[in-house]
Design a binder for this molecule. Structure first.
Ligand code: UD1
Length: 417
């Protein structure tokens, strides 16, 4: 089992290039299934979740080629309609393939993705939407048997919560459906816009992506296209948090500054100065971080739940008390127990976490139990005196490309053993 060893409390400096967004790449790979020709995706990160998506596409009969950050997907020979249980379990977001498979094949057999390290991850909104579009879904002992007897048709779908995954599944299913689909209370995340841009480049007719109401006029057929994946705003937020926590001036590059707007007020309230120059952002932290009164995770453009853990690690060494309210996932404070081992002072009451900043953290053995929780441990380990040993790296490898190399380039003393 590999571990990350961090000799912390060192200043970082320099610039880190931010890789393409995991949360865009995965739905884009799924969406390529509904295209009528070859799709080339640029700026794809090399991550284990991307490997899993590639295996799913291969299993479904697509031809996939990868080199560096490019993924070429030829869906023309795809004829599969089931995803084996082990692939469904490997990556919970494999449910994003459901809309694409039913749209292409008129049927699908998938196992239920089940609960996860963030608490239960229901898919009722995905299923409700697809049912409204003409999919008959039988749920039987954890498996989903889907058929589309009369083809997919447009529908008006009002989501009770702006679910990112459900919005993506609807978009992908609706582009080839008969008639018009309207999504009310759609998710507005940048990854939704990226997916809509990709599908529109293939000939889809999607309007309003990035707004609460999205309209999709079904077309008969899509072509392929070439598309560049947007930068990973959560990876950028993680490196900025690492800079702030270690009192280091550093720059994230290849970003879209607008996508970081939801986290900027929090970084500023902590006393950091942020300078944006084109596609780069530099963080200049104060001598000691200030507490941030309250941070509530919200759907975009609110503060992202995915940045909650790394920012909490950062504020665990701030001067004063910061309060977090996690509104998106039920159980997203698993990193807190591990941060306590490093000397943080954090209390959790249901969806609220109260972080009393300490002067310094000290190294310990800790375990990542989920992706962003793992990122929090890296941020904390970089600030901690002594050696921090992080296990559970499979979680980190799902979302951060070249993490150790990037940190070493910034001057951190990090190695994988
Ligand atoms: C995506 C991101 C994840 C991020 C999350 C919220 C990907 C691969 N993952 O996950 O990193 O943390 O958005 O920004 O893009 N819900 C239901 N029923 C459903 C679907 C969702 O109740 O059918 C609930 C969830 O339990 C959760 C909330 O809605 O409480 C948000 O989930 P959702 O936006 O769907 O997140 P994901 O798409 O799974």
């Amino acid at each position: 089992m590999s571990k990350l060893l961090i000799h912390g409390a060192k200043k970082l400096q320099g610039e880190v290039n931010i890789h393409g967004a995991k949360n865009s790449t995965l739905p884009l790979m799924a969406a390529s299934l509904v295209c009528g020709g070859k799709c080339i995706l640029h700026n794809c990160p090399s991550l284990s979740d991307v490997d899993t998506s590639e295996r799913i596409l291969n299993h479904l009969g697509c031809r996939v080629k990868r080199s560096d950050g490019d993924i070429e997907i030829d869906p023309t020979s795809a004829d599969g309609y089931n995803i084996p249980d082990d692939l469904m379990r490997e990556m919970r977001s494999s449910i994003i393939f459901l809309g694409a498979i039913v749209a292409r094949m008129g049927k699908a057999i998938l196992s239920y993705p089940g609960g996860c390290e963030l608490g239960p991850r229901p898919i009722d909104l995905h299923l409700m939407a697809l049912r409204r579009m003409g999919v008959i879904i039988n749920e039987d002992h954890g498996s989903l048997n889907c058929v589309v007897p009369n083809g997919l048709h447009g529908a008006v779908i009002s989501l009770s919560f702006p679910s990112v995954g459900a919005t993506e599944n609807i978009l992908i299913a609706a582009v080839l459906a008969e008639g018009t689909t309207v999504i009310n209370n759609a998710a507005r995340e940048p990854e939704i816009c990226d997916l809509a841009d990709f599908l529109n480049s293939c000939g889809a007719k999607i309007r309003g992506a990035g707004e609460s109401t999205v309209t999709i006029e079904g077309v008969k057929r899509l072509s392929g296209c070439e598309h560049r994946v947007i930068p990973d705003r959560i990876a950028a937020a993680t490196y900025l948090a690492a800079g702030a926590a270690t009192g280091s001036t550093l720059t994230v590059s290849d970003i879209i500054p607008k996508h970081l707007e939801p986290i900027v007020p929090v970084l500023e309230e902590s006393g950091c100065v942020l300078k944006t120059n084109g596609n780069k952002m530099t963080i200049i932290p104060p001598k000691r971080l200030h507490r941030v009164k309250s941070i509530r995770t919200m759907p975009y453009p609110g503060f992202p739940t995915d940045a909650q853990a790394p920012i909490m690690a950062m504020l665990s060494v701030a001067d004063g008390t910061s309060v977090f309210v996690e509104n998106i996932f039920e159980s997203r404070y698993k990193h807190v127990g591990e941060l306590l081992r490093l000397g943080a002072n954090i209390k959790v009451e249901g969806r609220v976490a109260i972080v009393d900043g300490v002067e310094k953290l000290s190294g310990a053995s800790v375990e990542a139990t989920d992706l962003r929780g793992g990122a929090a441990l890296v941020v904390a380990g970089l600030t901690a005196y002594g050696t921090t040993e992080i296990s559970g790296l499979n979680h980190l490898d799902r979302g951060y490309e070249n993490l150790e190399r990037n940190l070493r380039n910034l001057g951190a003393d990090v190695k994988r053993i």
